[in-house]
Design a protein around this ligand. Structure first.
Ligand code: FES
Length: 177
Protein backbone atom coordinates (compact mmCIF):
# COMPACT_ATOMS: atom_id res chain seq x y z
CA UNK A 1 0.00 0.00 0.00
CA UNK A 2 1.23 3.49 -0.89
CA UNK A 3 2.56 5.35 2.15
CA UNK A 4 0.53 8.23 3.49
CA UNK A 5 2.14 11.66 3.35
CA UNK A 6 3.04 12.40 6.98
CA UNK A 7 1.44 15.86 6.91
CA UNK A 8 -1.88 14.43 5.73
CA UNK A 9 -3.29 13.21 8.97
CA UNK A 10 -6.23 14.47 11.01
CA UNK A 11 -5.42 15.29 14.63
CA UNK A 12 -6.95 12.89 17.13
CA UNK A 13 -9.83 15.25 17.84
CA UNK A 14 -10.93 15.09 14.20
CA UNK A 15 -10.33 11.37 13.93
CA UNK A 16 -12.75 11.01 16.85
CA UNK A 17 -15.23 13.20 14.98
CA UNK A 18 -14.86 11.02 11.87
CA UNK A 19 -15.53 7.96 13.99
CA UNK A 20 -18.64 9.59 15.47
CA UNK A 21 -19.89 10.35 11.96
CA UNK A 22 -19.20 6.82 10.74
CA UNK A 23 -20.99 5.38 13.78
CA UNK A 24 -24.18 7.17 12.76
CA UNK A 25 -24.61 4.73 9.89
CA UNK A 26 -25.10 0.96 9.77
CA UNK A 27 -22.00 -1.19 9.66
CA UNK A 28 -20.45 -1.30 6.20
CA UNK A 29 -22.14 1.98 5.19
CA UNK A 30 -19.26 4.21 6.32
CA UNK A 31 -19.30 5.85 2.90
CA UNK A 32 -22.42 7.69 4.03
CA UNK A 33 -20.21 9.81 6.29
CA UNK A 34 -18.31 11.13 3.27
CA UNK A 35 -19.94 14.59 3.03
CA UNK A 36 -19.31 15.27 6.71
CA UNK A 37 -15.72 14.03 6.56
CA UNK A 38 -15.03 16.18 3.49
CA UNK A 39 -16.36 19.20 5.39
CA UNK A 40 -14.00 18.40 8.25
CA UNK A 41 -11.08 17.96 5.85
CA UNK A 42 -11.80 21.20 4.02
CA UNK A 43 -12.15 23.10 7.29
CA UNK A 44 -8.86 21.65 8.51
CA UNK A 45 -6.72 21.97 5.37
CA UNK A 46 -8.50 24.85 3.63
CA UNK A 47 -9.23 22.87 0.46
CA UNK A 48 -9.37 19.30 -0.76
CA UNK A 49 -6.11 18.48 -2.50
CA UNK A 50 -5.79 15.09 -4.16
CA UNK A 51 -3.63 13.97 -1.22
CA UNK A 52 -6.37 14.97 1.19
CA UNK A 53 -9.04 13.21 -0.88
CA UNK A 54 -6.88 10.08 -1.02
CA UNK A 55 -6.53 10.26 2.75
CA UNK A 56 -10.31 10.54 3.17
CA UNK A 57 -10.77 7.54 0.89
CA UNK A 58 -8.41 5.51 3.04
CA UNK A 59 -10.12 6.61 6.24
CA UNK A 60 -13.52 5.50 4.94
CA UNK A 61 -12.22 2.41 3.13
CA UNK A 62 -13.57 3.53 -0.23
CA UNK A 63 -11.98 4.17 -3.61
CA UNK A 64 -10.38 7.59 -4.23
CA UNK A 65 -12.60 8.05 -7.30
CA UNK A 66 -15.66 7.88 -5.04
CA UNK A 67 -14.28 10.83 -3.08
CA UNK A 68 -13.27 12.79 -6.21
CA UNK A 69 -16.75 12.36 -7.69
CA UNK A 70 -18.41 13.90 -4.65
CA UNK A 71 -15.81 16.62 -4.04
CA UNK A 72 -16.00 17.86 -7.62
CA UNK A 73 -19.80 17.64 -7.86
CA UNK A 74 -20.76 19.98 -5.00
CA UNK A 75 -19.77 23.64 -5.21
CA UNK A 76 -19.31 23.76 -1.43
CA UNK A 77 -16.09 21.80 -1.79
CA UNK A 78 -12.90 23.34 -3.13
CA UNK A 79 -10.30 21.20 -4.81
CA UNK A 80 -7.92 24.13 -5.30
CA UNK A 81 -6.75 26.72 -2.75
CA UNK A 82 -9.20 29.50 -1.90
CA UNK A 83 -8.99 32.79 -0.03
CA UNK A 84 -9.70 33.27 3.66
CA UNK A 85 -13.14 34.66 2.74
CA UNK A 86 -15.08 32.77 0.11
CA UNK A 87 -17.94 34.80 -1.30
CA UNK A 88 -20.40 32.36 -2.83
CA UNK A 89 -23.01 34.24 -4.80
CA UNK A 90 -26.15 32.35 -5.76
CA UNK A 91 -26.82 32.51 -9.49
CA UNK A 92 -29.92 30.35 -9.74
CA UNK A 93 -33.22 31.64 -11.21
CA UNK A 94 -34.78 33.73 -8.41
CA UNK A 95 -31.45 35.33 -7.50
CA UNK A 96 -30.72 35.98 -11.19
CA UNK A 97 -34.09 37.69 -11.61
CA UNK A 98 -33.29 39.88 -8.61
CA UNK A 99 -29.89 40.94 -10.01
CA UNK A 100 -27.32 38.27 -9.05
CA UNK A 101 -25.44 38.87 -12.29
CA UNK A 102 -25.05 42.56 -11.48
CA UNK A 103 -23.87 41.69 -7.97
CA UNK A 104 -21.29 39.25 -9.32
CA UNK A 105 -20.02 41.86 -11.80
CA UNK A 106 -19.87 44.46 -9.05
CA UNK A 107 -17.86 42.19 -6.74
CA UNK A 108 -15.54 41.36 -9.65
CA UNK A 109 -14.98 45.07 -10.21
CA UNK A 110 -14.47 45.88 -6.54
CA UNK A 111 -12.05 43.01 -5.93
CA UNK A 112 -10.32 43.15 -9.32
CA UNK A 113 -10.86 39.45 -9.96
CA UNK A 114 -13.14 37.29 -12.09
CA UNK A 115 -15.62 34.74 -10.78
CA UNK A 116 -13.68 31.65 -9.69
CA UNK A 117 -10.56 33.64 -8.84
CA UNK A 118 -8.83 34.67 -5.62
CA UNK A 119 -7.42 38.11 -4.85
CA UNK A 120 -3.60 38.25 -4.96
CA UNK A 121 -3.46 38.87 -1.19
CA UNK A 122 -5.28 35.55 -0.66
CA UNK A 123 -8.13 37.22 1.19
CA UNK A 124 -11.16 36.80 -1.10
CA UNK A 125 -12.35 34.11 -3.48
CA UNK A 126 -15.45 34.77 -5.57
CA UNK A 127 -17.61 31.81 -6.57
CA UNK A 128 -20.97 31.66 -8.32
CA UNK A 129 -23.01 28.77 -6.96
CA UNK A 130 -26.42 27.20 -7.32
CA UNK A 131 -29.43 27.81 -5.07
CA UNK A 132 -28.54 28.17 -1.40
CA UNK A 133 -32.12 27.88 -0.23
CA UNK A 134 -32.68 31.56 0.54
CA UNK A 135 -34.58 32.37 -2.65
CA UNK A 136 -37.03 34.64 -0.81
CA UNK A 137 -34.15 36.92 0.17
CA UNK A 138 -32.57 37.22 -3.28
CA UNK A 139 -30.05 38.22 -4.36
CA UNK A 140 -27.84 36.64 -1.73
CA UNK A 141 -24.42 35.24 -1.00
CA UNK A 142 -22.84 32.96 1.55
CA UNK A 143 -19.56 33.70 3.30
CA UNK A 144 -18.45 30.95 5.64
CA UNK A 145 -21.53 30.03 7.64
CA UNK A 146 -23.12 33.45 7.20
CA UNK A 147 -25.82 34.36 4.66
CA UNK A 148 -26.02 37.94 3.37
CA UNK A 149 -29.34 38.70 1.75
CA UNK A 150 -31.15 41.34 -0.34
CA UNK A 151 -27.75 42.38 -1.67
CA UNK A 152 -27.16 45.81 -3.13
CA UNK A 153 -23.91 47.43 -4.25
CA UNK A 154 -23.84 49.34 -0.95
CA UNK A 155 -24.22 46.12 1.02
CA UNK A 156 -21.44 44.52 -1.01
CA UNK A 157 -19.14 47.45 -0.19
CA UNK A 158 -19.95 47.05 3.50
CA UNK A 159 -19.32 43.32 3.37
CA UNK A 160 -15.97 43.69 1.66
CA UNK A 161 -14.91 46.36 4.16
CA UNK A 162 -16.09 44.22 7.06
CA UNK A 163 -14.25 41.11 5.92
CA UNK A 164 -11.12 43.13 5.21
CA UNK A 165 -11.21 44.27 8.82
CA UNK A 166 -12.08 40.91 10.24
CA UNK A 167 -11.62 37.85 8.02
CA UNK A 168 -13.87 34.93 8.79
CA UNK A 169 -13.35 32.46 11.56
CA UNK A 170 -12.77 29.23 9.70
CA UNK A 171 -15.65 26.95 9.00
CA UNK A 172 -16.58 24.84 12.04
CA UNK A 173 -14.21 26.94 14.11
CA UNK A 174 -11.23 24.93 12.87
CA UNK A 175 -7.95 26.51 11.95
CA UNK A 176 -6.30 25.84 8.58
CA UNK A 177 -2.81 24.34 8.81
S1 FES B 1 -32.20 31.01 -6.08
FE1 FES B 1 -30.72 32.05 -4.87
S2 FES B 1 -31.02 31.19 -2.93
FE2 FES B 1 -32.39 30.08 -4.16
Amino acid sequence: MEELKPNIQFPQELLDEVQRSVNMFPEGKQKSALLRVLHLAQAHWGYLSSDVMDYVARLLHIQPIEVYEVATFYSMYDTTPVGKVKLEVCRTGPCMIEGAEKIISYIEKQLGIKEGETTPDGLFTLKAVECLGACGYAPMLQAGEQYHEHLTEEKVDELIAMYRQKPLANYMGLKHD
